[in-house]
Write a protein that binds this ligand. Structure first.
Ligand code: SF4
Length: 264
């Protein structure tokens, strides 16, 4: 039997029950590991702000939801639309907690956007950093510079957000140095929380094609392609066991620092 929807609690929820909503589809970026462009294309389509806020208002007033998780892949792509969203929420006097579980792009964050997100009552902000090595970021077509990521974290902390950094282990072209760069960069950015996820080469993505052609993928059971499952591929420099070991090492190096332990 299915549980009542209110019994499904997202792990990052601050207040329950939580309603999820998508206000747009698509993402203009072309990250080589990402499925978004395969599903929604790189052309953005937006719901009207009125339509989105009507749904949020309905979820809160008529169904008792206390927190709204915006599941867009690129909510902050239009600054003007983020402002309009905030204005409509304020105009209607809607009081709720918002969260962006998918994070936002570091190059779309500036003081104006952060002020609006703060005004909306957002408490935490996550960024897909992926790697601390510029060559790897360029390889995966992330389209972002390390300094821009530094700036996004600095500003987010200035505005008092709890920060999350999402990093990847096992990207094509990785070697000991690039993984060390990623761990060092995570420590330098020092978000409140860091996730080090092992790359999953989803079929249809450029990384899948690359690793498939090189015969690096050994597991085609897609049940094993979850965010927290072990490696399904190997790299010239790393075996499956070594990729797993690097993930553990990254977690140890990030969390088992005196400054981090004292903070928690
Ligand atoms: S920015 Fe995010 S959603 Fe957009 S392509 Fe890259 S990983 Fe996918």
């Amino acid at each position: 039997l299915l549980k009542h929807p209110f019994d499904y609690i997202p792990p990052d929820a601050l207040r329950i029950p939580v309603a999820t909503i998508m206000t747009s589809r698509g993402c203009p970026a072309g990250c080589t590991y990402c499925c978004t462009k395969l599903i929604f294309t790189r052309r953005m389509r937006f719901r009207s702000i009125k339509n989105v806020v009507d749904e949020i208002e309905d979820a809160i007033k008529n169904y008792g939801f206390k927190e709204i998780h915006i599941m867009d892949d690129c909510f902050t792509v239009s600054k003007k639309r983020v402002f309009e969203f905030r204005d409509e929420i304020k105009k209607r006097g809607i009081e709720t907690t918002f969260l962006f579980p998918n994070g936002v792009r570091a190059d779309q964050v500036d003081e104006d956007i952060l002020k609006v997100l703060k005004d909306l009552g957002l408490l935490s902000l996550g960024f897909g950093v992926e790697s601390g090595n510029q060559r790897i970021l360029d390889n995966i077509k992330k389209g972002i510079k390390l300094d821009r990521i530094r700036e996004a974290f600095k500003l987010s902390k200035k505005y008092g957000f709890e920060t999350w950094g999402f990093f990847m282990i096992g990207l094509p072209g990785e070697n000991k140095k690039t993984v060390k760069d990623t761990i060092d960069f995570a420590k330098e950015l020092d978000p409140d929380f860091a996730k080090f996820l092992i790359l999953k080469p989803f079929p249809g993505t450029e990384v899948f094609e690359q690793l498939y052609q090189e015969e690096r993928i050994f597991d085609f059971n897609y049940d094993n392609y979850g965010p927290y499952t072990g490696p399904v591929h190997e790299l010239p420099d790393f075996t499956k066991e070594e990729i797993l070991g690097l993930q553990k090492k990254a977690l140890r190096r990030f969390y088992l620092r005196p400054s981090k332990i004292l903070k928690t």
